[in-house]
Design a protein around this ligand. Structure first.
Ligand SMILES: *Cc1c(COP(=O)(O)O)cnc(C)c1O
Length: 405
């Protein structure tokens, strides 16, 4: 690279990524092939429109790439193209959600989504997001006692508020979502059921987490979390909705699609069908269970008492460590997490009561349950403010043993 300044910064970031234990639940490490597609000359091309219906010339190869990506998207989630369509153009998860609501909910109408501070996403209608300004959010949360979804209560809220769209799929909910119950609620009030499976997509593709497809009308996923692709998103829709969603993505919201992203997504989708990927997804779950259990054994309260996925929350405040302090201390020894609100948190979002932990990235690096047990001890010591220098050297040892490919 001729730009030495950027080159130096990329090298520094590479070194940083190599040298830390990344437990951020929404991150992962892409394959060389994914990055090769992402950094390819495909980025030079304008392709407004859809395959066979472009506004620019020169798109014969691009048409093949986009069509292939659509096919692979359906195949990765075992969907029939008689029933489902895949739109692979969304730049990322947030614009994809906006495009979905634009297609399904008139401006000013109600969309029902999980509260941000209980594990929802900003784009599920939060006031600071455009989705909360353009549409009116009806919120739901988790049950105070179980810290899990309470479908009876959700039904009551939906019946009272009659939202146009019901959204499920979260950023910080560790348990299995009962998509069938969401279908029942949507049916009872005539809402369209949108599942945002951004976090769990890789687990769904591998068959280790229940699929939302039998029940959903529309499914959105980002491609860069457990699915291990480039930063992008896909919207799957049943035929009844696919035309409106297509128009909503382009020309409704976006201009030219990022064809390099689409090619990289196609690569990741093909990778997701390999036995290696299935092994990885199973290990992600085993690692999450092992890490959560080991932290519990060390006295840390896990929200809802465990996890069925790649992610879980720790109530650090129970032991008088704020979420910000916890994440800062951990970063200081080379363990990267994010501070996170826990259900019914009464501390501020900038310094909430907990941290969020996810195991997808470290599993991609090749770590197993025995490593998780070690990491749990390192986290526990650090949160208890002890053994910092020993922990730093243990972190280094682990990161040297498990490389990023
Ligand atoms: C990550 C995420 C998004 C947004 O994705 P971006 O690519 O960051 O815009 C939307 N919904 C959920 C549930 C997510 O986890």
């Amino acid at each position: 690279m001729k730009d030495k300044v950027i080159k130096k910064l990329i090298d520094a970031e590479t070194k940083r990524q190599e040298g830390v234990l990344n437990l951020i639940a929404s991150e992962n490490y892409t394959s060389q092939d994914v990055r090769e597609a992402l950094g390819s000359i495909l980025t030079n091309k304008y392709a407004e429109g859809y395959p066979g219906k472009r506004y620019y010339g020169g798109n014969s190869v691009i048409d093949e790439i986009e069509t292939l990506c659509q096919k692979r998207a359906l195949k990765a989630f075992k969907l029939s193209n008689d029933i489902w369509s895949a739109n692979v153009q969304p730049y990322s998860g947030s614009p994809a959600n906006v495009a979905i609501y634009m297609a399904l909910a008139p401006i000013g109408s109600k969309i029902m989504g999980m509260r941000l501070d209980m594990g929802g996403h900003l784009t599920h209608g939060h006031a600071v997001s455009a989705t909360g300004k353009i549409w009116k959010q009806v919120v739901y949360g988790v049950d105070e006692k179980t810290e899990r979804l309470n479908y009876k209560e959700l039904m009551q809220i939906a019946k009272k508020e009659k939202p146009k769209v019901l959204i499920t799929g979260f950023t910080a909910y560790s348990r299995v979502i009962d998509f069938k119950q969401f279908r029942k609620i949507a049916n009872a009030v005539g809402a369209v059921l949108v599942v945002d499976m951004s976090h769990i997509a890789g687990l769904v593709a591998a068959g280790v987490y229940p699929s939302p497809f039998p029940y959903a009308d529309v499914v959105m996923t980002t491609t860069h979390k457990t699915l291990r692709g480039p930063r992008a998103a896909i919207i799957f829709s049943r035929d009844k909705f696919s035309k409106a969603i297509g128009k909503s993505v382009f020309p409704g919201l976006q201009g030219g699609p990022h064809v390099n992203q689409i090619a990289a997504t196609a690569v990741a989708l093909e990778e997701s069908r390999t036995s290696d990927f299935k092994k990885y997804a199973r290990q992600v779950l085993k690692n999450a269970k092992s890490l959560a259990t080991s932290l519990e054994v060390n006295g840390w309260r896990v929200i809802s008492g465990g996890t069925d996925s790649h992610v879980f929350l720790i109530d650090t405040w129970r032991q008088h460590v704020g979420g910000r302090e916890a994440s800062d201390r951990l970063e200081d020894v080379g363990i990267i997490v994010n501070k996170n609100a826990i259900p019914f948190d009464n501390r501020s979002p900038v310094d909430p009561s907990g941290i969020r932990i996810g195991t997808a990235a470290l599993t991609t690096r090749g770590m197993k349950e025995s490593d998780m047990k070690k990491i749990a001890l390192l986290i526990s010591d650090t949160l208890h403010n002890k053994n910092f220098s020993k922990t730093r050297s243990e972190v280094k040892k682990l990161t040297k043993k498990f490389h990023i490919k």
